[in-house]
Design a protein around this ligand. Structure first.
Ligand code: HPA
Length: 278
């Protein structure tokens, strides 16, 4: 079995052979948020299943393709959907696309997800910038032998979510009159939603949001020294907060409802971040 670096290189070259564009930014579009990739110009879409070594999504609401195109004038590579550890993939497999972004030469990644709101100041449909995370997935994509060509054995996580990008996102949100809050994202394995007791526990340890993705990707991105911006859409209030059961349908419906606000913010943030990518 070739090493992960060689496998990521092969996938990157496969994608690059399909387009003359050389993306500066990698984008991951979460549950119900994938439509943004359909708005890219000069776009080439490659189904995950065709990309060598790429993990394929099984979740409903995840189209599962990589779209390389321009958002305005900015060349980006956007993943329409992602895979999750709860699907049975290892954290290494889940973060393989981030490795591929790195080998394609992007300098930054923008990650999006659907999340449950724990902080009572949030409401359904709110957009929240992730300031920090708590990894409760029980796995880390860097476990095992370190691949020195990706990064160091013990990467720093103190500024995992680039403060300067967060400042830019807040400025762009303000210009667009879009409310953008900030919070700490706790990642659990899933796929069951949390119990009310688990949500109370997460609140007490300082989490504002809960979800089943993103942190492994952030860890892999920081390992490669890629800068990170991450935005959650609060698709539902977390378990036990409202007197109603949680469902994937509700998560998707909220994603659909806030799509235009979310896309407008993403477009503005992308343009701004692109001017600040190494
Ligand atoms: N919990 C975990 N993951 C989620 C949620 C939730 O409430 N909503 C969207 N993704």
């Amino acid at each position: 079995m070739p090493d992960p670096f060689t496998l990521a290189d092969a996938a990157a070259q496969f994608i690059q052979a399909r387009t003359p564009l050389r993306p500066k930014i990698g984008l991951v579009l979460g549950s119900g948020l994938g439509a943004f990739a359909d708005s890219l110009s000069d776009a080439v879409g490659v189904p995950f299943a065709e990309i060598p070594n790429f993990p394929c999504s099984t979740a409903i609401g995840h189209a599962g393709r990589m779209v390389v195109g321009r958002a305005g004038s900015v060349p980006v590579a956007a993943m329409q959907g992602r895979v999750h550890c709860y699907e049975g993939y290892s954290a290494q497999q889940v973060t393989f696309p981030i490795r591929v972004f790195g080998r394609m030469g992007v300098g930054a990644v923008i990650l999006t997800n659907a999340a449950g709101g724990i902080n009572l100041s949030y409401s359904q449909g709110a957009l929240v910038l992730i300031r920090d995370h708590i990894n409760l997935q029980g796995v880390n994509p860097l476990a095992g032998a370190n691949e020195d060509r990706f990064g160091v054995r013990f990467p720093d996580m103190t500024r995992a979510y680039a403060p300067e990008y967060r400042a830019m996102a807040h400025e762009e949100a303000e210009k667009l009159n879009i409310e953008l809050q900030e919070g700490i994202y706790a990642a659990l394995l899933g796929p069951s939603y949390e119990t009310p007791a688990e949500i109370e526990y997460l609140r007490r340890i300082g989490a504002d949001l809960v979800g089943m993705s993103t942190v492994a990707e952030v860890i892999a991105a920081r390992h490669m020294n890629l800068k990170v911006l991450a935005i959650s859409c609060v698709t539902n209030m977390a378990a036990g907060i409202l007197d109603q059961p949680l469902s994937h349908e509700q998560v998707m419906a909220t994603g659909e409802r806030v799509k235009s606000k979310f896309e407008a913010l993403l477009r503005a943030v992308l343009a701004r971040v692109a001017r600040n990518v190494a």
